[in-house]
Design a protein around this ligand. Structure first.
Ligand code: SF4
Length: 223
């Protein structure tokens, strides 16, 4: 971004000072810094992760977008790229990692598996989309998405960052968005703690229905 791009619309800089002085807002400065230093977390789940690695290598070169610093720690990451099949066994770890990332933080769902289960959607061990648990900012279609598609998705994320305002950005507000996401429980099946009241109600309804059926007189048998 040049100094002229950093200028806020409506504030004209005299021609003799152009290229040296910018008149801008705090939001644009924040967003400028943030959009060019989105550090992804270094982890992958399945075949899509290979495409993610290719995107970071020299041919596609994520460094052009300020994203070359893939962090092995969630504490230093801004973007979680969910690259691959999300199994029920992995979801508690993914949510824990997300909770450990500092705010503001973003989630990119890379590929058909992460976005909706992909070819394994009906599998007993696969979650039909990471958005059942985490707030996804950008979805990237494909099986697998190409490095170009991942780059396009990350550019969309940068555009989203450009539109942020300090006064409305959810990370800087008080409210339920600030609360960590409860870690799902993996037992015989995966349970989202946020759905426990709904699950209890379904069980109670089923029990009531079974009781009502049992209380009905049995039909008479003909001789
Ligand atoms: S979307 Fe396709 S390439 Fe990506 S993890 Fe799933 S099966 Fe593999």
């Amino acid at each position: 971004m040049t100094t002229s791009e950093l200028n806020s619309p409506g504030y004209d800089v005299p021609p003799e000072m152009q290229g040296q002085v910018s008149v801008t807002t705090l939001d644009r400065i924040f967003n400028f810094g943030q959009r060019w230093s989105l550090w992804p977390m270094m982890f992958g789940l399945a075949c899509c992760a290979i495409e993610m690695m290719a995107t970071a290598a020299s041919r596609y070169d994520l460094a052009r977008f300020g994203m070359e610093v893939m962090r092995p720690s969630p504490r230093q990451s801004d973007v979680m790229i969910v690259a691959g099949t999300v199994t029920k066994k992995m979801v508690p770890a993914i949510v824990r990692l997300y909770n450990q990332m500092p705010e503001p933080k973003y989630v990119v769902s890379m590929g058909a598996c992460a976005s909706g289960g992909g070819p394994f959607k009906e599998g007993y061990n696969v979650v039909a989309g990471i958005d059942k648990f985490l707030p996804v900012d950008v979805y990237i279609p494909g099986c697998p998405p190409t490095p170009q598609a991942l780059l396009a998705g990350l550019i969309k994320l940068q555009e989203k960052v450009d539109r942020q305002t300090r006064s409305q950005n959810r990370w800087y507000q008080k409210g339920p968005d600030q609360v960590s996401i409860p870690i799902p429980i993996l037992g015989p099946d995966l349970i989202d703690p946020r759905r426990i009241p709904e699950i209890k109600k379904t069980i109670a309804d089923a029990a009531r229905q079974a009781e009502a059926q049992a209380a009905q007189p049995a039909p008479e048998q003909s001789a």
